[in-house]
Design a protein around this ligand. Sequence first.
Ligand code: ATP
Ligand code: MG
Length: 195
Amino acid sequence: MINLEYPEGATPIDPDEASELLLTHITTREELDRWEQDNIIEALAWIEKTKPKDILNEAFIRKLHTQMFGNVWKWAGKFRQSDKNIGGRWWQIPTDLKDLCDDAKQWVDSRNEPSDEIAVRFHHRLVLIHPFPNGNGRLARLMADLLLENILDHPRFTWGSANLSSPSDTRQRYIAALRAADGNNYQPLLEFARS
Ligand SMILES: Nc1ncnc2c1ncn2[C@@H]1O[C@H](COP(=O)(O)OP(=O)(O)OP(=O)(O)O)[C@@H](O)[C@H]1O
Ligand SMILES: [Mg+2]
């Protein structure tokens, strides 16, 4: 059984979820991070090849999560079935996601707000819904980048220019910026995403 330590703001994996690891030889956090990272590199290649534009819907979000984590986790692409310390009730995920996607389409069509503002709001709400047992931060950062590049025709974010998955000052800044956004102040997240 794998025993994991978590950086600040990470969602712990339930024991029943940990038992659904496909790669049973993984025993440490570092190994898991590496396997997940390799899987995500494959997902990025898939995005380069397919250049998806129809991304603001449940089917695409699940497909992207499968592409990012399907080599490592059995539950890749499947919504969580338990509540976490972040996120609403698990059974509301499909409706919450649909509302978010509908709102985002409207933000895109009306163009009342700058592209960065749209992408940051989308990122924060997606990660708050927390659709999956794990990988929500990475999925929601990539979704915001796809929204910018493939729909808003705008450069992707730099996200603090560091690996956000391990503990660091940059991660602390990211989590602090998300907490400010929880309180409806998006300025720190807007600045962080372009730093
Ligand atoms: N207070 C908060 N408000 C909104 N989102 C938060 C908050 N705290 C943490 N998060 C988000 O939850 C994510 C952790 O969820 P999860 O473990 O499912 O994603 P992850 O991709 O494995 O995360 P990461 O790679 O960042 O460790 C963080 O990356 C961050 O995006
Ligand atoms: Mg995590």
